[in-house]
Unconditional design. Structure first.
Length: 132
């Protein structure tokens, strides 16, 4: 990675960069919920799962904790080609968030989750993939 900062007129610049490994949690259909968390402010966390064609499943996100914030977390679903499905969902503390995965083509999907823009900008939650 390259970080480049250019100051004009003899100005002084400084920057702090925190890098973290991409954290991906694999979900298995009808398995126990998994605990997921970010470790740095504004860090995305990722979930990954595979569904067969025509599945009628639900991605369940619960026990959401966003320290110092009452704002929701952003949840977005992507297929293996990098196309988004269903737009962005906002899930909030105190309410389970159920995102239908119904009628999707067979594929491996990735879910990106981002904490709120305020508070300490981190998030903790549980995630599960369930079928009726």
């Amino acid at each position: 990675y390259t970080l480049r900062a250019t100051g004009g007129n003899a100005s002084t610049l400084s920057a702090t960069v925190n890098l973290a490994l991409k954290a991906t949690t694999a979900l298995t259909l009808n398995a126990a919920p998994k605990s997921v968390s970010s470790t740095l402010p504004a860090q995305y966390v990722y979930l990954k799962f595979t569904v067969p064609s025509g599945a009628s499943d639900t991605l369940q996100i619960g026990s959401i904790v966003t320290p110092g914030s009452t704002n929701g977390i952003q949840v977005q679903l992507w297929n293996s080609a990098g196309n988004t499905y269903g737009g962005t969902s906002i899930c909030v503390q105190g309410s389970p968030c159920n995102i239908p995965i119904s009628g999707f083509p067979a594929d491996t999907y990735t879910v990106s989750v981002l904490g709120p823009p305020d508070g300490n900008q981190t998030v903790r939650f549980t995630a599960a993939l369930t079928s009726p």
